[in-house]
Write a protein that binds this ligand. Structure first.
Ligand code: 4AD
Ligand code: MG
Length: 460
């Protein structure tokens, strides 16, 4: 259908005085005896395009075109509104493309985010989600550009896998067997042997293990795809299906991993601020006062780097009652992470050198025998958005760590090969894409930054 994007009509001076055809959905309609006004949105811009209907000039407004949510096509002349200087269209012809009956769920002006979550296919028509998804798209492009400009190779790691990267037992199983007849299989091994892949398979929680293999050949790689976690935690920052950005770099040690992460975060924030000023303003007004200043501070300051052991001391000295008590060796809870980044440092913090017992098997063991060269990036308002580490490049140390955890070495044969053939220091990290979007938009629930959130007990 030949037409012009609302975004272009609003932004380009060249359209003034010309006839244009625009299509969109009616966001508001005001109808009086002589004049009528429609606010039209086609999804290309957060701002609506005003359609002016002068009934005395002979333009007819079909009754169905003045209904909230109706889809219309308008032909008219682009003019400048004298009061506010924005472009609008003086309509000549209005055609209804699709009627919208009064049970359309967005009748009320303000709907709670919770209510909107019940209808992902409809909420995407609101200003909030228009802004969220445009920012998401711009950020995704920025991530690719960042890595491409630095010479990283984009690698697609498998989503169906036989090895659990994080070893946390959070893999969704992939099977075609379903419920077998009772007595059909004597044990699990028989069952899996009969299954589609001939062994137990699941949805990948991370592309890191395969990513390391790629980095041992291509040097610098990144993945950007979905990861799956069957975590039963019903929180504002966990979904069962999230998008994961995972760079992996050969010849990189922990400080290099940290430097890369900080550079990437700053790059994508700068790009977002430049490309989405309207959305940023919207989020600032509607969801997080001070958002712009917060992001400017991120751009203009170094992130903190804090040793886990020092962080524990700081938390112990804190004069707040944590729900979970703090001791060296404990895994940090969201409340601790947020205290460190929001109350103590008031900026993004890389926590480093965690106790090995609370981290994954593949992390490089530090000479102290107690900690590993791991880092989590904690940010105010969200908590952990990145988890990464230098990897254990020494075969014997890696085997020891895996044996300590009772892992099945057979499932990790490829991974172990990497330590046999030309092993080098290397490292990388995983960024939770949704958490990054929460951070830059101020949206407080991860369910509101992904189109169809998958969470425990919910698969609409
Ligand atoms: O800290 P995680 O578990 O680290 C890894 O998976 C490593 N293999 C990454 C690597 O070094 N290549 O996950 C990385 C990030 C977290 O910091 C978080 O932002 C995000 O992935 N994440 C989730 N986001 C939403 N919902 C969930 N259930 C998530 N689990 C992890
Ligand atoms: Mg983590």
């Amino acid at each position: 259908m030949k037409h012009t994007d609302v975004r272009e009509i609003l932004q380009s001076a060249g359209w003034v005085g010309k006839e244009a055809t625009v299509c969109g959905w009616v966001r508001t309609a005001r109808d009086s005896k002589n004049m009528a006004f429609l606010a039209l949105n086609d999804g290309t811009s957060l701002t609506h395009l005003q359609i002016v209907i002068d009934k005395n000039a002979g333009t007819a407004l079909p009754a169905e075109a003045a209904k909230l949510g109706a889809a219309v096509k308008v032909v008219g002349t682009v003019v400048v509104n004298e009061n506010n200087g924005t472009h609008e269209v003086n309509a000549k012809e209005i055609e209804v493309l699709g009627v919208c009956p009064p049970d359309y769920p967005l009748q009320k002006k303000f709907q709670k985010l919770e209510t909107l979550r019940e209808m992902p296919h409809i909420r995407v028509r609101t200003n909030t989600f228009n802004a969220v998804f445009r920012v998401r798209s711009v950020m995704a492009a920025a991530i690719h550009r960042f890595f491409q400009e630095k010479g990283f190779v984009y690698v697609n790691t498998p989503l169906i896998t036989g090895s659990d990267c994080e070893g946390a037992g959070e893999m969704f199983q992939v099977t075609t067997i379903g419920y077998p007849e009772p007595g059909k299989y004597k044990n699990a091994d028989e069952y899996y042997a009969d299954d589609f892949f001939g062994k137990k398979a699941g949805l990948s929680v991370s592309g890191q293990l395969e990513g390391e293999g790629a980095a041992m050949a291509l040097g610098k790689i990144y993945t950007f795809g979905p990861s799956f976690r069957a975590e039963k935690s019903n929180t504002v920052r966990h979904v069962a299906e999230f998008w994961h950005v995972e760079p992996e770099v050969a010849f990189a040690e922990l400080p290099d991993v940290i430097e890369l992460a900080e550079e990437m975060i700053k790059y994508i924030i700068r790009d977002y601020m430049e490309k989405c000023p309207e959305e940023l303003k919207f989020f600032e007004q509607r969801f997080q006062p001070g958002l712009t200043e917060k992001l400017m501070n991120v751009l203009n300051n170094d992130f903190a780097i804090v040793d886990y052991t020092d962080a524990i001391e700081l938390l112990k000295k804190a004069d707040v009652e944590f729900q979970y008590p703090v001791e060296w060796g404990c895994d940090l809870q969201s409340e601790h992470e947020r205290y460190i980044t929001e109350q103590i440092y008031k900026k993004p913090v890389f926590l480093i050198n965690y106790p090995k017992a609370i981290k994954s098997f593949y992390m490089k063991q530090n000479p102290d025998g107690k900690t590993v060269a791991a880092t989590d990036l904690l940010v105010p308002g969200v908590g952990e958005i990145i988890g990464g580490s230098e990897r254990e490049a020494d075969l014997d140390k890696l085997l020891a760590a895996m044996n300590e955890r009772g892992m099945r070495l057979d499932d990790y044969a490829d991974y172990l090969d990497l330590r046999k053939y030309g092993s080098v220091p290397h490292g990388g990290f995983g960024l939770g894409f949704e958490r990054a979007i929460m951070y830059v938009t101020g949206m407080e629930n991860i369910r509101d930054v992904i189109f169809y959130p998958r969470t425990v007990g919910n698969i609409r």
